[in-house]
Design a protein around this ligand. Structure first.
Ligand SMILES: Cc1cc2nc3c(=O)[nH]c(=O)nc-3n(C[C@H](O)[C@H](O)[C@H](O)COP(=O)(O)OP(=O)(O)OC[C@H]3O[C@@H](n4cnc5c(N)ncnc54)[C@H](O)[C@@H]3O)c2cc1C
Length: 417
C-alpha cells in the first residue's frame, strides 16, 4: 500500500486525505490544530462553494451538510457608483445551488471522520526543517498548509503571479438575526459593489450554532471600508460595519439592524497577496514535495474561488495519484499533475479573480448595465462564479461581448421581454 503524507488539514489537504483513504492508500495527515482548537478558534475565511466543486466532495461522500446548510440558489448583484446610491441591480441563479459551511465546523468534522475511518493524524505544526526527515518515509509528500510559513519552500512563479501587494483589506463577521431583503429571491447571496471603495458580500452559511449569515467586506486599501485593520472583537466589528454601511449601502445597514455575532470569535480581518508558485520543491537532494491548494495558487477571495479551487485540486490530484499506480512520484509527474490543475481550473479561477479585483473595463460595465435589463445577460454573468471558464468566451473580447448583448437585447425587444 503506497504511503502518502499530507501537511495541512484544510479544504485541499483533508479532501485529498479522505479521498485517498477511500482509494485504499495509507495516508498520514499533519495538522497544526486539533478539532477542538478549530471549533473554538477564529474563522480564517468565508467559503461559498459552487456545484462543480461540491461534486468533487460528493464523489467521496464528503458532503455531510447537504441537508443542514442553507442552499444558495441565486446571487443578487448591486452596483453603487456613489455612496448610498444603488445604480443598478440584477440577480441570477446558481444551479442547482451553492453552499457555505463554516470551515471551523467542516474541517473539525472531517478530521474526526478521517480518524474514525482509521486514518493517522499527527497534531503538530510542521517546520520546514522537519520535512527532510519526514518525506523520505513516504512515497509522496504533499504540502497543503495554505498561507503558513512553510509555503516559502515553493518559489513564486514570476510569469503567472501578477501582484506584489494585497489588492484588498479583508474582513468578515458571522451573524445571526440578519434580516432578508425583499428585492432578491429568498436566501440569495448578495454582492454589493462600490467601485473604488470595495465590496460587501452577504452569504447564507452554516456555522456551529446553525444557519447564519456572513458579512464579508473586501476593502480597497486606505478607503472607507478599510476600517477593520486593528482586528476588532466581534461586537466592535459589527458596530463599525453598521456605521460604514449606513453611509455607503444603507439598504444593507437596515438588514443588519437586529444582527448579532454568532459566537465570541465570529470575526476576522487580514489581507493576502495573490501568488502563484512553482508546484514542487526539492527539500533535500533528490527528495521532492508537491504543493496544493492555496500553497500553489493563492488568489484574493473577491471572486470566491479559493475553496472551490482547492476542492478541484484535491479531485485532480486524487485521480493523478491513483492513475500513477506503482510508478514513482517524480518531479516530472508533479509538474504534469499541477499543469492539469492549472489548465482545468486554476487559470480560470485566477482570471475571474483578476477581472473583479481590478477596475472593470468599459465593455464589462456595459455588460453589467445590460444585465440589469436583460435576464439572459444577468444569468450568464452570475454563472461565471461557478463556471469561470466562460470568462474568456463571454467577456474576453469586448466586441464579441457587446455583440452578444446587442443580440439578446434585440431578441428581448422582438418578444417584448
Ligand atoms: C476572508 C476570506 C474569504 C474567503 N471566501 C471564500 C469563498 O467564499 N469561497 C471560496 O471558494 N474561497 C474563499 N476564500 C479562500 C479559501 O478560504 C481558501 O482558498 C481555502 O481555504 C484554501 O484551502 P487550503 O486547504 O489550500 O488552505 P487552508 O484552508 O488555509 O488550510 C491550510 C491548513 O494547514 C494548516 N497549516 C498551516 N501551516 C501548517 C504547518 N506548518 N503544519 C501543519 N499544518 C499547517 C492550517 O492551520 C490550515 O488548517 C476566502 C479566503 C479568505 C481569507
Amino acid at each position: 500500500m503506497r504511503k502518502i503524507l499530507i501537511v495541512g488539514a484544510g479544504q485541499a489537504g483533508l479532501q485529498l486525505a479522505l479521498s485517498l483513504q477511500v482509494e485504499g492508500y495509507d495516508v498520514t495527515v499533519m495538522s497544526a490544530r486539533t478539532p477542538d482548537e478549530l471549533r473554538d478558534g477564529w474563522p480564517t475565511s468565508t467559503q461559498v462553494m459552487f456545484e462543480p466543486a461540491l461534486n468533487t466532495e460528493r464523489a467521496y461522500d464528503l458532503n455531510l451538510w447537504e441537508d443542514e446548510a442553507p442552499r444558495i440558489r441565486d446571487v443578487g448583484i448591486s452596483v453603487s457608483p456613489e455612496p448610498g446610491v444603488r445604480a443598478l441591480k440584477f440577480d441570477g441563479p446558481w444551479q442547482p445551488y451553492a453552499m457555505s459551511v463554516d470551515q471551523r465546523l467542516k474541517m473539525s468534522t472531517w478530521l474526526e471522520l478521517f480518524e474514525d475511518r482509521g486514518g493517522r493524524i499527527i497534531y503538530h505544526p510542521v517546520m520546514t526543517s522537519d520535512l527532510a526527515g519526514l518525506a523520505p518515509m513516504y512515497d509522496l509528500t504533499l504540502i497543503a498548509a495554505g498561507k503558513g510559513e512553510i509555503v516559502e519552500l515553493f518559489d513564486r512563479d514570476p510569469v503567472r503571479s501578477k501582484y506584489v501587494t494585497p489588492g484588498r483589506a479583508l474582513s468578515a463577521i458571522y451573524l445571526h438575526g440578519m434580516v432578508e431583503p425583499d428585492d432578491f429571491p429568498a436566501g440569495s447571496m448578495r454582492i454589493n459593489v462600490a467601485p473604488g471603495v470595495g465590496e460587501l458580500f452577504v452569504i447564507s452559511n452554516l456555522t456551529m450554532s446553525g444557519p447564519s449569515r456572513v458579512a464579508f467586506v473586501e476593502a480597497i486599501p486606505d478607503g472607507p471600508f478599510d476600517c477593520f485593520w486593528d482586528r476588532p472583537k466581534p461586537e466592535e466589528h459589527l458596530r463599525r460595519l453598521r456605521h460604514v454601511m449606513q453611509e455607503h449601502m444603507p439598504w444593507e445597514a437596515d438588514l443588519l439592524r437586529d444582527a448579532e455575532p454568532t459566537d465570541a470569535r465570529a470575526s476576522l480581518s487580514g489581507s493576502l497577496t495573490g501568488t502563484i508558485r512553482k508546484p514542487y520543491a526539492e527539500i533535500a537532494e533528490g527528495t521532492y514535495v508537491l504543493g496544493m491548494g492555496d500553497v500553489v495558487v493563492l488568489n484574493d477571495p473577491v471572486a470566491g474561488q479559493g475553496s472551490n479551487s482547492a476542492a478541484h485540486c484535491a479531485g485532480i490530484y486524487t485521480k493523478a495519484i491513483v492513475d500513477r499506480g506503482d510508478q514513482p512520484f517524480d518531479p516530472e509527474w508533479m509538474q504534469a499533475t499541477f499543469e492539469t490543475f492549472w489548465e482545468d481550473r486554476a487559470q480560470h479561477s485566477t482570471g475571474m479573480t483578476d477581472a473583479l479585483l481590478n477596475p472593470l473595463p468599459e465593455h464589462v460595465q456595459q455588460v453589467l448595465g445590460a444585465a440589469s435589463q436583460h435576464q439572459q445577460v444577468a444569468d450568464r454573468f452570475c454563472r461565471l462564479f461557478p463556471h469561470p471558464e466562460d470568462l474568456g468566451p463571454f467577456l474576453g473580447n469586448p466586441e464579441a461581448a457587446l455583440a452578444y448583448v446587442a443580440k439578446v437585447a434585440e431578441a428581448d425587444a422582438a418578444t417584448g421581454a
